[in-house]
Design a protein around this ligand. Structure first.
Ligand SMILES: Cc1cc2nc3c(=O)[nH]c(=O)nc-3n(C[C@H](O)[C@H](O)[C@H](O)COP(=O)(O)OP(=O)(O)OC[C@H]3O[C@@H](n4cnc5c(N)ncnc54)[C@H](O)[C@@H]3O)c2cc1C
Length: 307
């Protein structure tokens, strides 16, 4: 589909060595651990067997550094398991699914062609080493989903859809670099791989009206943190396709708002936010922030039919 649209994919080989990935049954192996077998001195590459929760299967990954290609048949999988682990070939009783790949990092040159949008692995591929693929893909879909809804159902300007690529492509590019560095052992999993610090401060959809904020202050474009909200939690209040206007530690007057579009909550002083008004987007990022509601109505013209 991407090729048919004429959208290029630019990237590099992360590792020339192929990797076998297979869902296997090994009843003799305990399911309490992720079993890791480091590369042997005489070659062969790493092998890992991870229990897949909620199933009787394990996921096996095995790197081939000796110039051979992975054999995805039952016999091929049995052979590599017997050669690199304490298990015997017969203890692999079944291969449910198997494939092979060469880790590569590549990014689509653009995420949109007319009415077609690229999201997830169609837009970016990378080494699985950092465990970033699913989160990044789901965030793509969440970012795009509410914008499509706003334009198609809410009558928002079509330009809102252009912010999808503007916000997600730079994040994907950074994630590719991170995954490659982790694959090559130049960086370890940590705060960056948890993706909680990602945001869109530079986006045209992030409007910060306060000035003189401390460096560490939460501001428009940041991920809105969780916290108490009445008898529940903010994350519960955010959940859904609506915007959430949070009035934190302020009695600031609010304009009349479409109740279906915006849910309003007033909460007491809460340090992670600081005091003010925070408009949280359906995907959980602060879109607009202010000391009072000045400018809030203008912001809605970007994301709704306005008036
Ligand atoms: C070995 C390995 C380990 C990984 N580990 C992690 C991890 O720990 N954490 C993490 O976050 N990510 C991990 N990932 C990455 C993650 O699996 C992917 O990034 C994620 O699944 C991408 O989601 P997607 O919806 O974009 O694509 P996919 O999950 O590939 O979904 C695309 C779907 O489209 C279907 N499809 C394709 N063509 C057509 C067609 N023409 N018509 C109809 N349907 C079609 C496919 O069958 C598939 O179901 C790993 C990947 C691998 C290979």
């Amino acid at each position: 589909m991407r090729a048919a649209l004429g959208i290029g994919m630019t990237g590099e080989t992360v590792d020339p060595h192929p990797v076998l990935v297979a869902d296997v049954r090994i009843p003799a192996l305990d399911r309490d651990n992720w079993h890791m077998f480091p590369p042997a001195a005489d070659g062969g590459g790493f092998l890992a067997i991870c229990p897949l929760s909620g199933t009787p299967d394990f996921q096996l990954t095995a790197q081939f550094t000796d110039g051979t290609d992975p054999d995805t048949s039952l016999e091929g999988v049995r052979k590599v398991v017997a050669a690199r682990t304490h298990l015997t070939a017969d203890e692999v009783t079944e291969v449910r699914w198997a494939s092979d790949f060469r880790p590569r990092a590549a990014l689509a040159d653009r995420f949109r062609e007319g009415r077609v949008f690229l999201a997830g692995d169609a837009a970016h591929v990378h080494s699985p080493a950092g465990g970033q693929g699913l989160n990044t893909s789901v965030q793509d879909a969440y970012n795009l989903g509410w914008k499509l809804g706003a334009v198609l159902r809410g009558g928002a300007p079509a330009a809102l859809l252009d912010t999808y690529e503007a916000e997600r492509l730079p994040n994907a590019a950074r994630m590719l670099g991170l995954s490659t560095r982790i694959h090559r052992g130049e960086e370890r999993r940590g705060a960056a791989t948890r993706q909680l610090g990602l945001g869109y401060r530079d986006s045209s959809l992030s409007v910060e009206t306060r000035t003189g904020l401390a460096d560490e202050a939460l501001r428009a474009g940041d991920r809105a943190p969780d916290g108490p909200c009445g008898t529940g939690r903010l994350f519960d209040a955010f959940r859904g396709p609506h915007f959430t206007l949070l009035a934190v530690g302020t009695d600031a007057e609010l304009p009349a708002l479409d109740e279906e579009l915006v849910h309003v909550h007033r909460v007491g002083d809460y340090a992670p936010y600081g005091n003010g008004l925070f408009l949280v987007r359906p995907d959980g990022y602060v879109g607009w922030a202010g000391e009072d509601a000045n400018g809030l109505t203008d912001y809605f013209r970007l994301i709704h039919k306005g008036s």
